[in-house]
Design a protein around this ligand. Structure first.
Ligand code: PLP
Length: 444
């Protein structure tokens, strides 16, 4: 069969239960679909905890100071911030809305880093009053803006400088962020990075703790990270000549995951093992005190833990061309196939290991021809009402969800040890209309 079929089972606690159904976290996915409705996004909490433990273990074994900060943008919710806090990991936030959600969750914001290429004055003010620990400075405008706000508040704050090291990681163009021609960070080659360093050093309210870079996403090879680490150490060696000692070297996220059998990434922690090794070697060779190493995994922490459940509805057969099978979700709950041509794999939840008998393409229900979730999926015979389970939808799915066509955003559940917990309710029609100003003309 085609490369889109996964051999059973690759992710976390997925299993076929005694009823012959797909179960996750010891919970029957058909029972979840019945109780919470579809589309539904199911997170395997044990797998998220396992990823966190694996990342930490690499640093503990290497005996280096570190911080794991989860990139909230991959998926977040109050329950997610609470899980992170409970597991002792920090987070990255990129907007006032993420800061607000973390605050509502009781997340210790001293353990948060604020990223973004155009943080507004209002967002920076909010970050200060909320107690966000670190601001990752992205551009010259922001240095001035933050310094003005700090002066007004008579405060100071820890900062890192985001460097664009000019390294292109091999991945889809739209999710590439470390190459020279990027909107993010201070360019290394043209000297902007050192200019920013000098500027920040002259501003006592900005407590420069080190540097940051993030070279891309869904990266499968270690050499990009090695090149980035080397470039950053070289930069710190240069700055050390002015008497500056970096306390933090943040090498970002981007560790690849396995969406289909065609993807062959390393285990997420292996990228980190390699990064730690290279940083240690290079720092020792340059006689540089070893900084704390920070990483910011987003996708690799949650993607594989997420499974989307959909109910199959209509079907259109074009003999010799294609069989379209439509589900009750699509680009509103997962834009990645339409946006990035992202590939996925899926099974029937009532017969996950049954032999495929046909090749179908899974269509969404939105009014766009491009609203296709999966092309050429080998599947057993399906009926309207069957539940389709699409794997590895935990990152950049719900977080990019929209109300296109005024379809409600799905519900989200956490499953663990045989129990399910609703963490985001399904949106209602009323939720979607609640911001509309309804001034009925008097003639109606
Ligand atoms: C998106 C992002 C991450 C996380 O990337 P993943 O590919 O999800 O691991 C980390 N750091 C920064 C600055 C980001 O923008």
């Amino acid at each position: 069969m085609g490369v889109d079929v996964l051999s059973y089972y690759h992710y976390g606690t997925q299993a076929t239960n005694q009823a012959g159904h797909l179960s996750i976290g010891g919970v029957d996915t058909l029972a979840l679909a019945h109780e919470y409705g579809t589309p539904l996004i199911v997170y395997d909490v044990a797998l998220i905890k396992q990823r966190i433990a694996e990342f930490k273990q690499v640093f503990e074994e290497a005996g280096v100071a570190y911080k794991v900060t989860y990139a909230s943008k991959a998926f977040t919710a109050i329950a997610m911030y609470q899980l992170l806090a409970e597991q002792g990991v920090g987070c990255d936030v990129v907007s006032g809305g993420e800061i607000y959600t973390a605050q509502q969750a009781g997340f210790p914001l001293a353990n948060a880093s604020f990223h973004g290429n155009n943080k507004t004055a209002a967002e920076l003010e909010y970050a200060l009053t909320a107690g966000v620990g670190t601001i990752v400075l992205d551009n010259f405008h922001e240095i001035d803006l933050l310094n003005d706000i700090l002066t007004r508040h008579e405060q100071s704050i820890d900062v890192l400088l985001r460097i664009a090291p000019g390294i292109s990681a091999h991945t889809h163009e739209y999710i590439m962020t470390g190459q020279e021609d990027s909107k993010f960070g201070f360019d290394l080659k043209s000297g902007q990075a050192t200019q920013a360093f000098e500027k920040v050093q002259a501003l006592p309210r900005l407590n420069l703790r080190g540097v940051h870079c993030h070279i891309g996403s869904q990266i499968f090879e270690t050499n990009g990270f090695e090149m980035a680490a080397t470039a950053m150490i070289d930069l710190l060696v240069q700055w050390a000549q002015t008497g500056f000692t970096a306390e933090v070297l943040n090498l970002g996220g981007g560790f690849g995951v396995r969406y289909t059998a065609a993807d062959q990434p390393l285990a997420p922690q292996e990228y980190v093992r390699d990064i730690v090794k290279v940083v240690k070697q290079q720092a020792a060779a340059a006689k540089l005190p070893l900084p704390e190493i920070w990483i910011e995994p987003g996708r690799s922490m949650v993607a594989e833990a997420g499974t989307s459940l959909y109910t199959i509805g209509s079907r259109k057969d074009l003999p010799g061309i294609r069989h379209y099978v439509a589900v009750d979700g699509g680009m509103g709950d997962n834009i990645r196939p339409a946006l990035y041509e992202a590939k996925y794999s899926a099974v029937l939840a009532n017969a996950p290991e049954a032999e495929p008998v046909e090749t179908v393409s899974i269509a969404g229900k939105y009014c766009e021809s491009g609203d296709m979730l999966l092309w050429d999926l080998p599947l057993p015979q399906s009926q309207p009402g069957d539940v389709l389970a699409m794997f590895v939808t935990g990152a950049y799915g719900y977080s990019m969800a929209s109300n296109y066509n005024r379809n409600p955003r799905p519900a989200v559940v956490f499953v663990e040890n045989g129990a399910a917990r609703l963490i985001i309710k399904r949106e209602t029609y009323a939720d979607m209309a609640q911001l509309d100003v309804n001034e009925s003309p008097s003639h109606l």
